[in-house]
Each structure stands twice: as C-alpha cells, then as structure tokens.
Design a protein around this ligand. Structure first.
Ligand code: GDP
Length: 425
C-alpha cells in the first residue's frame, strides 16, 4: 500500500473503536519506516496476536512487533506506569524497542486516575463510560495549562516546582469535593516521577520535528486510537473520549503540516460500543449475545463486555464524510458466519421523518429507529479463506454492499485475529 502512496498513511476507525485497527497496523507496519501514535492514552487498547500470544498494547504503537521506528506525539498522553509494564513485556519477549516520545506529551498522574473514578461514580447513570484511567482529567489539565509534560522529566527542579504548585490543589479537590483519600504524598509523587525519568530518558526527544523532516521522504504510518464516533466534538458527545480522533486532528496532534494523506478506514462488519450512549442498532437479545460470543467482544482496556448490534451505515457514511477514506478495511467478517440473515441499517426513522445521515444533535440520534435491509447470510466458516474469490457469494455481496455505499476501494477483509487471517484485495 505504501508503495502506491508516497504520503503518510493513517488508520482510523469508523465506529466506536475496537474495529481491529491494531491487527491492521501490525500487518501494514512491515511496509513502513515509522509508526506513530498521535492521540488518546491507555484508555485505548489494541490487541495483537504475536507468535500465538495475545498482546495488549495501550501506549506503544502497534508497529512494535515489526520492529519499526516508533513515535508518540504530542496529541497522545500516557501513564508512565503503563508504559513501563509494556516495556517490560517487550524486554521479556526480547522484542527491541526503538521509541521516541515527544517532549510535549502529557503524563497521566495518579491524581487524574483518582478523579476519573470519583467523578464517574458521582455522575451515576449519566457517567460518560470512562475506563477510569485518568485520560479525560489529563487532557483537562493539558488544555488548562496545568499539566506535567514529558519535558519536565528532564528538569527535576522544574518538575518539583510544578508538583508543589499542583499537588495541594488536586489533593484538596479529591478529599474535600469528592471525599476520596489521597494516600500518597507530594514527595512520593515526585520521587516516582524521577524513577520513571531515569528509565524513560533515552526515549525522549523532538518527535514532531523528526516527523516533519521525514514526511514525503520516509514511509510513515499513523495509528488512530479510538475512532470517529468517539471524537470529542463530532462523536456522540458526551459519550466520547476527551480528545479529537478525526483524521484532520492528526496534523496538530503530530505537529506536521497539513498534507495529502492516505486514509485507511476500518469498519467492523457489525457494530459494538463500550459504555453508555445511544446505539440504535444494538441487539439486546440472543443475536446480540451471539455477536458478543463469536466476536469475543470484551474490551481490551477495561475487560467490560462490549454492547453489540448490526452495522449502522449512516454512521459509516458520516465517518467517511468527516475523514474521507482512501481505502477500506472490513474486519471481523468471520463473526457473521453464524447468521441466516444479516440486517444492515441503511437509514433511520426519527418521528415521522426518514433520514439517512447521522444527526448533528446527540439527543436526535438517541431517538433514531433503524431501518434495515436484510442480507442473506453465508453460514460457512470463512476464517481460513485468504482470497476474495474463495469467499461465499453472500459474503462477497455483504462487503461489496458496504463498499458501494461509500464508493471507496476495499483493500482488506479481516477474517480472524491473526495477522495472516486477512484477504488483501
Ligand atoms: P482496536 O482498538 O481497533 O485495535 O481493536 P481491539 O484490538 O481493541 O479489538 C479488536 C479485537 O478483535 C481484538 O481482540 C482482535 O484480536 C480481534 N480481531 C481483529 N480482527 C479480527 C477479525 O477479523 N476476526 C476476529 N474474529 N477477531 C478479530
């Protein structure tokens, strides 16, 4: 793919995440020089099968198993504790790590995690469905200029001053507003960060400048964490993440100039989402349970069961109109092999109106009743199929229907979790 396009490639999810982007990045990375992570934190998780073992990455870009140069850019945030666990995992498996973390990346602090848990508990039924790892609060501090950045790890005195200014306020908010006891002291927090700085020092640098110098010269692959419908502005707000996830956010998040991109839109063959929020095609019935069971729909980060339903084409069209896909990957097609009939939502009924676009108002989306067409199932195991020709006619019709409704070339069909369980068109 990269040989066709001398421009950065970006992999973006068309739904609410968990489309199987990690597997695709792992597959694609072999043709690239640099693989970058530019958004989200360890609220995102990619599952990759490496030598038969399931590996969950929350921070390190999925290109690591192809031993590529990896960058984490300023739009992302990370929890040093989680990064350390991933580094240890790689060391244990003797997988070399060539990682560069931008100076400007923000750190998730222990108080962010406490605030996340406490605030979700307070919101009760109106909780955003956060995985409580502190990402939203980290972004809040970043935007309010009260964050700790990776650069601070290199300057202990500045780090100390910053913590001295921030910690008493965070502690007071946690204890006096949320009623949560803070069990660590300011000194302990500082010392833990100094401990991390010693390990992470060698990975820190100006990733943004390096990327800018290499756009158009080296083959760069960016993996989008989360997905379109979780975008903090254009997704199903407030049931979203705290940062932008759209392709257009790449430029500011990676610190590169706007330039033509190759955009691989990843569409799961049905729909899932974790946590709260409207989901018109959700199947709270046996069919939903079957999708959950065959698709092993358990979130990589939280271990929560994903809500499951049929494909929702209006959101896919919306994702395409926001991101302008250059090519498509349809994943988890194998999961649909058990159904006689596969409904696909093509438009919505809202009161007396029929609409085929995702509505701009989240409350309207909650009122949408799906209008389905019914595709014939193929009822055959397709997990060993490796060429388009070998697919049953009904499976071909299903993927072609998705492709034709967007008029975008279909490049990958994923029929299993392993790297090679992929049909390349
Ligand atoms: P990501 O966040 O988009 O990278 O997706 P996740 O890794 O969180 O979730 C996707 C899950 O589906 C993982 O457990 C993958 O191993 C698995 N997976 C990916 N592609 C396929 C596929 O085509 N078929 C099946 N059955 N599983 C897949």
């Amino acid at each position: 793919m990269s040989t066709q396009f001398n421009r950065p490639t970006i992999v973006v999810g068309a739904q609410w995440g968990d489309e199987g982007k990690g597997k695709l990045v792992d597959l694609l990375a072999k043709d690239f020089d640099i693989v970058g992570r530019f958004n989200g934190g360890n609220n995102a998780g990619h599952t990759i099968i490496y030598r038969g073992e399931q590996c969950k990455l929350h921070t390190i870009p999925s290109g690591v198993f192809q031993r590529k140069k990896l960058v984490i850019t300023q739009g992302a945030v990370f929890d040093p504790e989680v990064l350390l666990t991933e580094i240890e995992f790689l060391q244990k498996h003797r997988i070399p790590l060539d990682l560069l973390i931008d100076y400007r990346v923000h750190l998730v602090m222990p108080y962010h995690k406490l605030m996340d848990g406490a605030s979700e508990a307070r919101k009760g039924k109106r909780a955003a469905g956060s995985v409580k790892v502190g990402i939203g609060f980290c972004y809040e501090d970043r935007n309010n200029r009260a964050g700790i950045r990776v650069e601070d790890l290199l300057y202990p005195m500045i780090l100390k001053e910053k913590i001295a200014a921030l910690f008493p306020l965070k502690k007071a908010i946690l204890e006096k507003v949320y009623g949560v006891r803070v069990t660590f002291s300011e000194t302990e927090l500082y010392e833990r960060l100094i401990f991390f700085s010693k390990i992470l020092k060698k990975y820190i640098g100006d990733a943004s400048t390096i990327l800018r110098k290499n756009v158009g010269k080296k083959k760069i692959l960016f993996e989008g964490a989360m997905a379109t419908m979780l975008d903090s502005s254009f997704g199903t707000y407030p049931y979203t993440v705290a940062n932008n996830t759209l392709v257009s956010s790449l430029f500011i998040s990676a610190g590169i100039r706007p330039c033509p991109l190759h955009v691989l839109g990843v569409i799961k063959a049905y729909t899932t989402r974790v946590g709260h929020g409207p989901f018109p095609t959700e199947q709270q019935n046996e069919q939903g349970k079957t999708l959950q069971q065959y698709g092993r729909e358990v979130a990589a980060t939280s271990g929560r069961i994903r809500r499951c339903g049929w494909l929702d084409l209006p959101i896919i069209r919306y994702a395409h109109s926001l991101n302008r896909f250059s090519a498509l990957a349809i994943t988890k097609l194998d999961v649909l092999s058990v159904f006689d009939t596969i409904p696909v939502c093509v438009s919505y009924q809202v009161g007396k109106k029929v609409i085929s676009e995702f509505p701009a108002i989240t409350h309207d989306y909650a009122r949408c009743v799906p209008i389905y067409i019914y595709m014939k199932g193929w009822k055959k195991d397709i997990s060993k199929v490796r060429t388009f020709k070998e697919l049953p006619a009904e499976a071909k019709a299903y993927v072609r229907f998705i492709q034709h409704s967007l008029s975008v070339p279909l490049k990958f069909i994923s029929v299993g979790a392993e790297r090679n369980a992929t049909i390349i068109l």
